[in-house]
Design a protein around this ligand. Structure first.
Ligand code: FES
Length: 134
């Protein structure tokens, strides 16, 4: 989809000026998602402190919608609790963007899948840092 005219102003703003791009050296929850339909990839880096997202960064090898979804996602989730994060769905990202063209809604799957992967990583990592005591 090379014609950007199908995107609304919010999507175009995130695409042209993506927020929170990059990696996060202090991340303690890292997730990667790949869209099985197109092969595009999104990496999500979260720093979670006191059960809340204190910082979020993303990188994507993806289309305009994937870039906008990653950018919007990182803005949405800063300050969220882990349980709020677990309840976030791709439609929440689509709604926050003011909608995506019908043929591009699948691109928001990357955002939800990256959150799931990051939460899995966080749960695995946090459990290994807090071993069960005798
Ligand atoms: Fe692959 Fe949008 S076309 S994520």
């Amino acid at each position: 989809m090379r014609d950007l005219s199908a995107y609304n102003d919010t999507v175009l703003d995130h695409y042209n000026h993506p927020r929170n791009v990059g990696t996060l050296p202090t991340a303690n929850a890292v997730g990667q998602a790949q869209n099985s339909a197109c092969g595009d990839v999104l990496h999500l880096y979260l720093q979670i402190d006191d059960d809340h997202v204190s910082q979020a960064r993303f990188k994507t090898f993806g289309c305009a919608a994937a870039i906008a979804a990653g950018s919007c996602l990182t803005e949405m989730i800063q300050g969220m609790s882990v349980s709020e994060l677990a309840n976030l769905r791709r439609q929440d990202v689509v709604d926050a963007l003011g909608g995506l063209p019908p043929m591009k809604t699948h691109c928001s799957v990357l955002a939800e899948d990256a959150i799931r992967a990051a939460l899995d990583d966080y749960n695995t990592t946090s459990q290994s840092h807090h071993p069960t005591r005798c």
